[in-house]
Write a protein that binds this ligand. Structure first.
Ligand code: SF4
Ligand code: SF4
Length: 913
């Protein structure tokens, strides 16, 4: 994922002039010039250092100035390109040498290597092609009998056939250099040399994270996977459709390979600027849920207490009648909508438009409210936009990366891998997280603050930066305001007190501050560990103070990069599913904005700000909200204090749910509408770096399931609108008109495969990789003075431990999708992580069932004794409905953003009886 520099000089390969960069090897120069096929190299993957192990990349060189009679035979992977050098890739001597090498490699192989490729990844045919090119006949080889029973089949996805392995080590380099895992080793010597996988010679139980990258790189097909298994049923109509991953907010580009209207496999799109062909276990393998037999296939209407299938016309007519009846009897503000971060921008845009124009209420909100609302609000206040200032590409060039309250290797795995790659290249890493997450092992400094004490910590770091003059004074003078106030405010505080509040040694705070200050510009990555707290907005603002003090925001390799949880959580908010903002974050209170939007939508617009999601839930329980339309969100599982949420849902006169499956929320619905999944419809998602990307229909939705935007259009028209969108592209054209400052230059035609990063205000604008590059959108960046305020949620004698909730790698949110795939075999339950000291005090062992109780409820789960959590804290994921993790989380919210406090709940743990 490195960017090539400008070519420095030229050489000649087989007479062709080839430019190269300083430091390139001959092999790199040949590959960059598209001549890689002339220089076979089985041991080296693009982007890895030379291995030199396979010995195939021999070339003949004549250095500039040498006589034509002094050629040298060298390894192209280990020889530096030099200006004027003449390289010949094939001579009789080289050909013979390669043939001998290939024959030697074949000597231990099964005859199956000569068969047509049935398995393996993108490069699986490479070895076979070389045998053909160099006329190495498998029949002449001394091959042992194939023994397919030696194939490692213990992993839910990954396979290894040792009989096809030539120990070229390309998988080993891929795993280490691309994914930052160290799964493979090499055992024995000479002819007995063999590839080792983990401690037990099997993917199962190894450190493998199932990214699938080694499968893609294996040149023989020895490594393959379930989707590439010879047993996989597929027709001869294989085709590939470029789309965008429907899991996390990284937004990886995917090539979806389909046959007979079913997904056969998903490959990383090599040209994607987001992931450069890499994927994680969810994006690559967890697609089976789409064809799960329990997908919703027709609308379900509740009659006599039971949900019964009905036709779409009946469902829509019934729904419109109920919406009108409730609006007419209780008023428009008795209705509300929650748009989905799993659905497309176009569906989000249309649902908020429907509620504003056809119902007459601003009661529209999106699930970013319960995750990144604090981030958006904070960054919006201090910089002028609530989105990331930086891009993922900044990770590749950052000198210093700070990761606070995010666990990218599990929740945003492709970004996590990219951070590890950056560290391997020399970037310096600071991790701020109460848990010892994987990246803590890659960091130079790991600060583990007590949950909820971020503001005290960030103020202390700012204080050290100020005290030790680790500031960008020119940047501060020219671009930022509030420095004097911040200096005066921090002069009243001291680092030692903050260290005590956070539970971190003072010297460690100083060390982190010095590292950040001396290596700036720094890239400040963050996650929900900052935003989902009662001081969520304050956490992000004080974090951004660090970005401004060090002159990092708006600089290449620096800035603010909040990682977004769901595939389209960025776009969902961008589209205006917010109670006080129209599309593109335009205030509903500004007359010019109202006039513009009203003219475009051709309908009067409600004036009063609507309710947020937590407020809608409260109002539903109180009886003032009578109807809710929930698009693709399982609030009965995912929202905090779920006992309260379920009570509220149960009191509604009308609950409409658009979903893929019968979720816990859908079980409360009066009408359930079956949705098309991400790869079953056209549309766009916007990722965490503001990149709007095309989602393309690869397979048909099951039964009568439909794209959400189509259903919304039908309901709007039944309510009296005359929307005539022929497809989502026309919806996007209107989005561009609704918010021209951000999206004016966006159209499906321009999005192509790479997408566009907003702001993109005009048709000739290339999109924006770095926001605030010349000046902050709000004019000057704002430094803030916010004091630490302890959360109302504190430990007590009754509840002596602090619970943190979060995701694990193998699952996604409430597990609706991943639990319906073989990922469910990788992790089978939510586990409560307990520090060994606490476990001993409580007399609890790993595997034991424990009771976890908070002020709000209690559940039972299995314990996992782990050093990943500090004494006094416990961690629990929320992927399995049987755990009901959010029964424990409480009602506290950030006062400014209304974002709930998922990351801090006082609990008691005891052995279950
Ligand atoms: S799938 Fe990924 S993590 Fe696992 S061994 Fe292969 S490269 Fe390494
Ligand atoms: S990192 Fe996120 S977007 Fe990329 S493949 Fe994994 S889940 Fe999908």
């Amino acid at each position: 994922m490195t960017t090539r520099q400008q070519p420095a000089a030229n050489l000649r390969i087989d007479g062709q002039v080839v430019p190269f960069n300083a430091g390139d090897t001959l092999l790199q120069a040949a590959r960059a010039a598209g001549l890689g096929e002339r220089v076979p190299a089985l041991c080296q993957r693009d982007g890895s250092a030379a291995d030199g192990g396979c010995g195939l990349c021999l070339v003949e060189t004549v250095r500039a100035g040498a006589t034509a009679h002094a050629p040298e035979i060298v390894r192209a992977c280990a020889t530096a390109a030099q200006p004027g050098m003449d390289v010949v890739t094939r001579t009789p001597l080289i050909t013979e040498s390669r043939r001998n090498t290939l024959q030697l490699m074949c000597s231990g192989l099964s005859p199956r290597v000569a068969l047509p490729s049935l398995a393996g990844g993108r490069r699986a045919g490479e070895f076979r092609q070389l045998l053909h090119d160099y006329d190495v006949q498998p029949s002449t080889l001394a091959t042992p009998a194939a023994d397919v029973s030696r194939v490692d089949r213990a992993h839910p996805y990954l396979r290894f056939d040792p009989d096809l392995c030539i120990t070229c080590r390309r998988c080993l380099h891929t795993c280490e250099d691309l994914q930052g895992q160290f799964v493979f080793g090499i055992g024995d010597r000479g002819p007995a040399t063999r590839l080792l996988i983990g401690e037990h010679d099997s993917f199962a139980g190894s450190d493998c994270v199932a990214c699938g990258a080694c499968v893609e790189e294996c040149p023989t097909g020895a490594l393959f996977d379930l989707d590439r298994s010879p047993d996989t049923k597929r027709g001869d109509d294989l085709r590939s459709i470029r789309s965008t991953c429907g899991y996390c907010g990284v937004g990886c580009g995917v090539d979806v390979v389909v046959s007979n209207d079913r997904i056969v496999r998903i490959d990383g799109a090599p040209a994607s600027p987001v992931n450069h062909g890499h994927l994680c276990a969810k994006g690559r393998y967890a697609h089976g849920f789409q064809s799960s037999p329990d997908r919703l296939t027709s609308p379900l209407l509740r009659r006599g207490g039971k949900l019964e299938p009905v036709s779409w016309p009946e469902a829509i007519s019934w729904l419109v009648d109920r919406l009108q009846t409730i609006r007419d009897s209780a008023g428009p503000d008795a209705l509300g909508a929650m748009t989905s971060s799993r659905s497309t921008n176009e569906a989000n845009y249309l649902l908020q438009k429907l509620f504003r124009t056809r119902i007459g209420t601003n009661n529209v909100d999106n699930c970013a409210r319960v995750c990144h609302a604090s981030t958006a609000l904070a960054l919006g206040m201090v910089t002028g936009t609530g989105a990331a200032s930086a891009s993922y590409a900044d990770i590749d060039v950052a000198r210093c990366i700070v990761v606070a309250g995010a666990n990218p290797t599990e929740a945003h795995p492709v970004v996590g891998a990219r951070i590890k790659q950056a560290v391997r290249r020399g970037a310096r890493l600071v991790v701020i997280d109460p848990r010892r997450i994987e990246l803590a092992d890659w960091s130079e400094v790991h600060l583990a603050p007590l949950p909820g004490t971020n503001v005290a910590l960030f103020n202390a770091i700012a204080q050290v930066l100020l005290d030790e003059k680790l500031l960008d004074t020119t940047y501060l003078d020219e671009r930022v305001e509030g420095l004097a106030e911040l200096q005066a405010f921090l002069a009243q505080q001291d680092v030692a007190t903050a260290a005590h509040i956070c539970g971190i040694p003072e010297e460690l705070i100083r060390k982190a501050a010095r590292l950040i200050g001396s290596e700036a510009p720094a890239l400040f990555i963050s996650g929900l560990g900052l935003s989902e707290l009662t001081q969520g907005t304050a956490s992000v603002m004080t974090y951004c103070n660090l970005g401004m003090l060090t002159g990092s925001v708006g600089r290449p390799g620096g800035g603010m990069l909040p990682l977004r949880g769901q595939n389209n959580v960025q776009g969902n908010a961008d589209m205006g599913a917010l109670p006080d903002l129209f599309t593109g974050y335009q205030s509903i209170g500004l007359p010019a904005v109202r006039e513009h939007v009203q003219a475009l939508w051709d309908a009067p617009l409600p004036e009063n700000p609507g309710l947020t999601i937590p407020e809608m839930i409260d109002a539903a329980e109180a009886g003032t909200i009578r109807a809710l339309w929930i698009q693709g969100e399982d609030v009965a599982q995912s929202d905090p204090n779920t006992t309260h949420v379920r009570r509220a849902l149960g009191r509604l006169d009308l609950l409409v749910v658009q979903e893929l499956f019968m979720t816990d929320t859908a079980a409360y619905a009066h009408l359930v509408l079956p949705s098309a999944a991400a790869l079953e419809q056209d549309g766009t998602f916007t990722n965490g770096e503001r990149r709007i990307q095309r989602v393309r229909r690869a397979v048909s939705p099951p039964g009568d399931a439909r794209a959400d935007w189509q259903v919304v259009q039908d309901v709007a028209n039944a309510l009296g609108a005359s929307w005539q969108y022929a497809g989502p592209a026309e919806v996007m054209d209107e989005i561009a008109l609704a918010a021209p400052r951000l999206f004016g230059g966006v159209s499906y035609e321009r999005l192509g495969n790479d997408g566009l990063q907003w702001p993109c205000p005009s048709a000739d604008h290339p999109g924006t990789a770095t926001v605030h590059a010349n000046q902050f959108i709000r004019g000057r960046g704002q430094l803030v003075t916010v004091d630490y305020v302890p959360s109302p949620e504190q430990c007590s004698g009754e509840y002596p431990l602090l619970l943190i909730t979060g995701r694990v790698l193998q699952h996604y949110n409430v597990g609706t999708m991943t639990r319906r795939t073989p990922n469910a075999e990788l992790i089978t339950a939510d586990l409560l992580e307990l520090n060994p000291g606490d476990a001993q005090a409580l007399d609890v062992q790993s595997g034991q069932r424990v009771r976890v109780a908070s002020h709000y409820g209690e559940i039972q789960v299995e314990a996992l004794v782990s050093n990943r959590v500090e004494p006094g804290t416990v961690f629990l994921s929320f992927h399995f409905p049987e755990s009901q993790t959010n029964v424990l989380t409480g009602p506290h919210v950030d006062a400014q953003s209304r974002c709930p406090e998922y990351k801090l709940t006082a609990v008691a743990v005891s052995a279950a009886v």
